[in-house]
Design a protein around this ligand. Structure first.
Ligand code: C2E
Ligand code: MG
Ligand code: MG
Length: 975
């Protein structure tokens, strides 16, 4: 650290030692003391020149104002100091350098002149000693001053730095803070022209934060960042890019930059710029400069500015980040405030929308509400009034023929008007013509008038603004809804237009609904009228149909031939009566079921027309004996019925049956033939046990069957026993049919022996029924019913076939088989051919077959039976007369029949072993004699005892069968 001391005045002339000494005592600075020593030296004779040089402990040298000794002198002085003794110049003339000091302080006295230096020094020695001591003190004092000044300086600096760092925390805004920084820097150095540049490396931009210049008229914009490149090659650019301080005059500066230099702004005498660094990278620069002040910035200034610069950067950064923080807080607050405002706005809009929605909903509800038209308009007006200024509101509707405009609702300045006018050229008509909403202010309306679109109507004063929306139904405009205002400040915007459009839609809907409801009502009335008409027509039609139906019913219920009620009618009537009897259990009715005897014969022999005549005549005869409410019906071809609705006792019914039998029996002439009609009658009495007509008809039918069984031309009354038999018979019939289908019949064979040697000559096939429930049944259990029902033929044929097949396959070739042929078979003229075919099929020789016929079978038509038996015999099939002796047979006609065998009925055989049965022995003997005479073989049936056997054998009976000899059994038993 060095200081240039102020330059002192010239030293005293006189070598007056006393005065010199007093001046020495007063001298305080080293320079004053040095000058006095110099003056002392110059007073010595021969001294042409003297200079005092002193070195401080740091090796810095100081000298009086005379030209400084050249480097060699200073070097010499230093060596002197090192050597610890005075030295002379080599020639001994030019310099006298002497160590005048103590305590590391060196004082050198340089002399030039003719005298030897040693001499010179010697002459002034005591005063010189004093001078040196004084110099030493002065030097000490100067050091103290210096230290003091330095302390003061660093205190100033500290204060300045503190102030700078304090600034960053202050409330000052940036410009004020920069101003303050300028003031502080100015306290440290000459800084009238001062600027601060901020550099942003991330964006490579710079900005003059602060710029104070007394000369520069063209000050840069401190609010704007500029690209660093725009300042290329300026001093600032070099500062920021090189990151090193620049200092000095223009020339010096050119030497310090490593490229071309562009000098901008006014020329400065001296310029000092330092970069502001943070962690070694440049973040800005500070510059001071002066114009013609003569001042030159020192390195100290540079160092100081660098030092201050780093603090300023910190302060700036802190301030900036504080500002940034504040800015961000502000921005965030603003953003939040903005959001808040937006939300509030939204809430308001929501509320408004809700209000609107509610109003619109109300409108929509009103449109379908069941209220009268004027109430509807009034309420619509109220709702609309809640949404927009609708103090003046009206609805105009075109008449059906579109010639008139009616105003069903018109409110103007709070007053109701009732208006109706021919369609003209008002604003309402304009909107109707336009078919679109229209709104306008007075000026717009006047413009429309000028164009002739609208002609003013007399109602009220001209409005300030007007909004009308057409009412549309199915694309056609039926009217208009209008709001208008006389307030010059009012106006109707798009929102109002949209709103009123919705209102218009609802009004139009409502009108449409009302009109269609009215139309619907009319249509309903028309429809009702039409329905009534149609109903009348239908009723008439129904009546016609009913009549037709009655006719049809009559037709359906009556027999066309006789005009009598038919079976259907009878059943209906019977049902009615039986239902009535259910409620009056004491009541009885009776049904007489009539069947004309042998009607088939009449019909077949006389023809259908005669048959019809016959039936009509019978019907007439029946009718004459029946009175209302009793009824005669024709049930089928030759079946009639008489219904007696009320009888007291069964005798009433039989009495009528008798009368009818008699009435019918009167001879009748038809187609030239006299006929004797007769009927059989079945009577059933109806009581509460009968639930329907069919039951009573069925019972009467059973009784009729009974009557026929009993030999026709009579009546029979139904009773329970009859019913039981009938039921059994009917069941058996159906079981027989089933047995046929399921092959339940089987032949049992009973052997026929030659009595004298016991040889089996043949077998009799006897039918057995393997009944699934009742077990093995014998002929007596079912053959009668099979005959009555006509099933016997089919059953016999089945049995014949099986028997033949079995015998053909298993019997010896000589044994014969006999089977019992029902009388019915013999009536069929093809019986013989059928037998032959069967024999062919089964492979049994005709000579091995014998047919057994009973006497009864011969009775019916002996001639035809004889013919049949002849034909059978001619083909080799023999015949046996079964049960001989029991029937009408007489020995007399046996000779006329072609019999091969005769079977003595077991009744005679049984008699044989009774004691004293002379009678039967005689009969058997007679039969045997006759048979022998006619060459007919005899078989005795039913031989049960040895006595019978023996008797028969002794009497010459050839063959026999019976339990004694063998029970009938399955084929396996015998073969
Ligand atoms: P029928 O032709 O006179 O047959 C002889 C009957 O006497 C048989 O009875 C036989 O079992 C039975 N009989 C045999 N030996 C004795 C005996 O020692 N003592 C007694 N008390 N009876 C004896 P069945 O089989 O019950 O036949 C009864 C009748 O049924 C037969 O009398 C015959 O007229 C008829 N019949 C049997 N089979 C047939 C058939 O296939 N078709 C037809 N249409 N009638 C048949
Ligand atoms: Mg027999
Ligand atoms: Mg027999």
């Amino acid at each position: 650290m060095s200081r240039t001391l102020p330059i002192q005045a010239r030293p005293v002339e006189e070598p007056d030692h006393a005065a010199w000494l007093s001046r020495l005592i007063e001298a305080t600075t080293p320079e004053e003391v040095g000058a006095l020593i110099e003056a002392l030296a110059m007073k010595q004779p021969g001294c042409a020149r003297a200079q005092v040089l002193w070195l401080n402990p740091y090796g810095h040298h100081h000298a009086t104002d005379t030209p400084l000794p050249d480097g060699g002198v200073v070097e010499l002085a230093r060596n002197t100091l090192k050597a610890g003794e005075g030295l002379l110049s080599p020639d001994g003339k030019h310099y006298a350098l002497t160590l005048l000091s103590q305590e590391q302080v060196v004082v050198l006295l340089g002399l030039t002149g003719d005298v030897a230096a040693k001499t010179l020094l010697g002459g002034m020695s005591p005063y010189l000693q004093l001078g040196v001591r004084q110099l030493y003190h002065a030097m000490k004092l100067a050091d103290l001053y210096d230290s003091h000044a330095q302390l003061e300086h660093s205190e100033n600096l500290q204060r300045a730095l503190f102030a700078i760092s304090d600034l960053s925390g202050s409330n000052l805004d940036m410009p004020d803070m920069l101003h303050e920084i300028h003031r502080i820097v100015s306290g440290l150095m000459y800084a009238e022209n001062f600027f601060i540049v901020r550099y942003h490396p991330e964006r490579d931009t710079m900005r003059f934060l602060y710029y104070a210049d007394i000369q520069d008229q063209d000050q840069p914009d401190t609010t704007r960042e500029i690209q660093l490149e725009d300042r290329r090659h300026t001093l600032t650019w070099y500062l920021l890019t090189q990151g090193k301080p620049l200092m000095g005059s223009d020339e010096q500066l050119i030497a310090q930059v490593n490229g071309p230099l562009i000098l901008s702004g006014p020329d400065s005498d001296d310029w000092l710029g330092v970069p502001m660094l943070h962690n070694g990278s440049v973040h800005g620069a500070l510059v001071v400069q002066n114009y013609s002040t003569g001042l030159v910035y020192s390195r100290d200034d540079l160092t100081l500015l660098e030092f201050v610069g780093s603090h300023i950067l910190t302060a700036l950064e802190r301030k900036e980040s504080k500002n940034e923080l504040e800015r961000r807080v502000r921005q965030r607050t603003e953003e939040l405030a903005e959001v808040n405002r937006g939300l509030r706005q939204e809430v308001r809009e929501r509320q408004r929308a809700e209000h609107l929605q509610e109003a619109l909903f109300q409108l929509a509800q009103l449109a379908t509400a069941d209220i009268d038209e004027s109430a509807f308009y009034e309420r619509v007006h109220t709702v609309v009034g809640g949404l927009l200024d609708a103090r003046n509101f009206f609805i105009a509707l075109l008449s059906d023929d579109r010639s008139k405009l009616d105003f069903p609702y018109y409110i103007d300045t709070g007053v109701h008007h009732t208006i109706s006018r021919p369609v003209g050229r008002g604003l309402s008509e304009y909107v109707i013509r336009l078919g679109e909403p229209w709104s306008g202010k007075q000026a717009d309306i006047i413009a429309l008038m000028r164009d002739g679109e609208v002609v003013r109507h007399g109602i009220g004063e001209p409005c300030a603004c007007w909004l009308g929306v057409p009412l549309k139904v199915d694309e056609s405009t039926i009217g208009v809804v209008v709001v208008q205002s006389y307030d010059q400040n009012a106006s109707y915007g798009p929102a109002e237009k949209e709103l009123l459009s919705f209102v218009a839609l609802q009004i139009a809907n409502s009108i449409y609904r009302r009109r269609s409801a009215a139309a619907l009502h009319m249509a309903n009335l028309r429809l009702e009228h039409r329905v009534e008409e149609r109903t009348r027509e239908l009723r008439a039609e129904i009546a016609r149909r009913e009549q037709m139906q009655q006719q049809l019913h009559h037709q359906v219920m009556h027999d066309p031939l006789t005009g009598l009620p038919n079976r259907g009618y009878l059943r209906e009537r019977l049902d009615t009566i039986l239902t009535a009897i259910q409620h009056e259990p004491h009541r009885r009715c009776a049904l007489l079921y009539l069947d004309v005897d042998r009607f088939k014969v009449i019909n077949d022999s006389l023809g259908h027309l005669a048959g019809d005549e016959f039936l009509k005549a019978i019907a007439m005869r029946l009718l004459t004996h029946v009175r209302e409410p009793d009824m005669v019906a024709r049930l089928s071809g030759d079946e009639f019925a008489i219904l007696l609705e009320d009888i007291e006792v069964t005798a009433n019914a039989t009495a009528i049956a008798d009368r009818v039998l008699q009435a019918v029996a009167t001879p009748l002439r038809i187609s030239g033939k006299e006929l004797e009609p007769s009927v059989s009658v079945g009577i059933a009495c109806g009581d509460s046990s009968y639930l329907d007509a069919d039951e009573l008809i069925r019972d009467a039918d059973m009784a009729l069957y009974q009557a026929k069984q009993l030999g026709r031309k009579r009546f029979a009354i139904f009773d329970e026993a009859l019913a039981k038999d009938m039921v059994d018979v009917l069941t058996m019939e159906s079981e027989l049919r089933k047995a046929l289908r399921q092959n339940e019949f089987e032949p049992f064979f009973q052997p026929i022996f030659r009595l004298d040697d016991g040889k089996i000559m043949g077998y009799e096939a006897l039918i057995r029924w393997n009944h699934p429930q009742r077990g093995l049944l014998r002929p007596m259990d079912f053959v009668r019913i099979a005959e009555d029902s006509g099933l016997i033929e089919a059953i016999d044929w089945r049995l014949f076939e099986i028997s033949c097949r079995m015998l053909a396959q298993r019997g010896s070739s000589e044994t014969f088989v006999t089977f019992n042929v029902s009388a019915l078979h013999l009536r069929h003229s093809d019986f013989d051919t059928r037998i032959l075919k069967m024999l062919e099929r089964t492979g049994l020789s005709p000579s091995r077959l014998v047919t057994e016929v009973t006497e009864g079978a011969l009775l019916d038509n002996p001639e035809s039976v004889r013919v049949m038996l002849d034909r059978l015999r001619s083909v080799g099939v023999g015949a046996a007369l079964d049960d001989f002796g029991t029937g009408y047979s007489s020995l007399s006609y046996l000779h006329s029949l072609p019999m091969r065998m005769l079977k003595i009925d077991r009744a005679f055989v049984h008699e044989l072993d009774k004691v004293g049965s002379k009678n039967s022995t005689t009969v058997v003997a007679a039969i045997l004699a006759l048979a022998h005479a006619l060459n007919i073989q005899v078989i005795a049936e039913g031989i049960e005892t040895q006595a019978q056997f023996d008797t028969l054998l002794s009497m010459g009976c050839e063959m026999g069968q019976g339990y004694l000899l063998g029970h009938p059994g399955p084929i396996d038993h015998w073969l």
